[in-house]
Design a protein around this ligand. Sequence first.
Ligand code: AHR
Length: 859
Amino acid sequence: MKKQLVYICLLVFITVTQNKLYANEPDSAYLFAYSSGKNNHHNGLHFAWSMDKKKWHSIGPESSFLRSDYGQWGTQKKMIDPFLFLSPTGTWHCVWSLNQEDGAFAHSESRDLIHWESQSYPLVFPSGNCLSPIINYQKNTGVYQVIWKTDRPSIGNYAVETKDFKLFSATTKVMQEQHAKEQVRLSDGTYPGTVHKVAWGTIEKLLKKQQLDAYKGKLNQERMADDGTRFASLTAIKGKLKLDEHMPDRAISDLLIGAFFEDINYAADGGLYAELIQNRGFEYTSKDRKEWNSLTAWSATDDGAVLVIDTILPIHQHNQHYVTMKVKDGAGIVNEGFGGIAIKKGEQYKFSVYSRAKSAQLGQLLIRLIDRDGNTIAETRTKKLSKKWQQYTLPMLANASVSDARLVITYSQDGTVDLDMVSLFPKNTFHHRENGLRADLATTIADMKPRFVRFPGGCVAHGDGLENIYHWKNTIGPVEQRKPQRNLWGYHQSFGLGYFEYFQFCEDLGAEPVPVVAAGVPCQNSAHHGHKLGGQQCGIPMEEMGHYVQDILDLIEYANGDVHTGWGKKRAEAGHPAPFNLKYIGIGNEDLITDIFKERFTMIYEAIKKKYPQIEVIGTAGPFYEGSDYVAGWDLATKLEVPLIDEHYYNPPGWFIHNQDFYDRYDRSKSKVYLGEYAAHLPDRASTIETALAEALHLCNVERNADVVTMTSYAPLLAKEGNTQWSPDLIYFNNTTVKPTVGYYIQQAFGQHAGQTYLFSDLQLSNQDEAVNKRIGKSIVRDAKTGDIIVKLVNLLPVEVDLELDLSAIGIRKQEVKATVIAGKPTDRTARPVAATLELDRCKLSPYSFTVFRIPAQK
Ligand code: AHR
């Protein structure tokens, strides 16, 4: 027994010493925690170590082990004066100051200084600021005291007490002086911070983490621009792709390729929504955009009508503003559309307006579409106006094509007339819907064959502040009764494209509707907008949550309910008695997973599960593929057994090349993944062959893992030239032309050539180099309907790859196939799919190319 013990001890000793990187490491050292505040960056918690507290070594001076996620990008998200504290139970607590104004500090905790829990921002001093917080611990009571200063030293210091950093006592005034932080001299300056004696292992882990991050960062930066050097000696390579008979086939979800629609970049008003009149309801305000008002996009005709905005007796309380035109000698008002009105010769348009005459003599409205030279392209007139609000609807036929027409409305009498909801739609909308969508744009989306459409966002769904949360009920019913709202991307949402139109669009596309609603919290990047806090602003108050949850249940009822029930009836009144068959609903959008979020998400989730157990709820896992929100979002989804979870990441092409096994490691028994937002991003944010091939590579790897990743959508979908807040986007457009990107054609290829079964295969290349092998993507799937075998191949190399395809295991003989190829230089932004003929046993893949072909089912 004794002998055995000695043996075990020896074994442990050998293992431990062998694992050590260096022979002579100390037991402990000093750790310095600080935030540099250099260039006013305050970009997170940095560490340095020392053996003697004299000579300090930075742990990657630019590496932040914890960053503040409070409030708006740009002006906020600062970690000022962090204070690190080790509790007796071994938990590290970090508190820091957010800024000079808000009466809150920030807190996060960690067991290892590497993985940090979600942050919280306790509102502790509503009327003042909260500077340089520190933590004291009272051993006998187990109570932590957070003490801070204000910017008025005469007031003194304040404190709150807590046992768990979740519940806090009321704020009290304290006499106690804050102890000064230590000043430590590093190679780039002297900084205040906290010094801790820690086991050497702690420092070693931080060093390794920093090295690993630096290494990963390097991999992520792999760019095709460097391929000339990277693959200098590489010549054309050969390869053999053979089905792997040892691996059983895998089911692929039927919903794999979808579309992400958000009203960003003028995607809705001025975009997909076919309305041609801008600010038709005179509801623009300076809240939408500083320089905007009710008359934005409107002007008086040269002969001088006087335009006044009024709100007395409007057509509807949600649409309070209208224009009063004081007219003399046939003057009137002009609308410039969204950067001009694009009109096509021979096309019919539907004009409508609400009007009310105030003149003694009732006159008519004359409506004209004119070009820049004043030539009339189309005209019509109303009958004599009424003295009460009345809607006038008239057809107009265009006699010429003009890309930037204007709409002119004049009045035949001298006098006063009110106008509101001035509207002009092409008759030819997508599927000829009333209040419909721009046919060319909608058709381009339809051509992707999306299996679902997510809407209305993105950040638009949870909004910039509590008052900006997207409420679906404001977006249905007659358009003049909808409640417009500021768009957080810096413009206006008329909600002409609202929930009814979204559902109808999905139906017209044959796609599942996937609405996403806020989880009771606005975007974590929200500005204050009059609230004490920015960010999540403490969420919808709990006493209002019951009402909010009911709104979400009503949405399901609106989509699916019986025509006799309240909300089902409203759907029927809108012209759709049949249910929309809603099956999925997203709760939250890449939120910060705070306790505030968790409480509200759980409440909504449980309510839906109880009332509509058949509805699949989609949870959310933050805006990145790692980090505290990703982990906490997943933990919550696992705990609650949420069926699906929404992941988001925008990464450089190198990330997609070096993370091809990202989903292979996912536990199949947990929630399924909806990859709701992703794209390959280059520093200049262009959409090129390089980004498109990285996305194609990722989709090949996703198809292999489509048992766990059941839905994907590239984001964002649409962008109007000259009005973009985000790039790259999948489809650019202006008033006359649709301009799909290279990335669009990749999505289209995966949408049009989706399969239901994944067939595993082995690729053997003549070149064994890992860097080379990582640049080839492949996916072989079977289309259940046709029995076709679909092959997708991605070559991200600068050389041709000559591939022999062996599909004999499923009885496919060598043959010629008709393929679609997208190829070009990595920087190419204009590559388009071209047809090609390939031999199965000699598939030549051009440098930097994507190839897809179908092999018809063997008879
Ligand atoms: O896709 C654009 C934005 O990216 C979305 O609104 C948001 O969810 C993400 O940060």
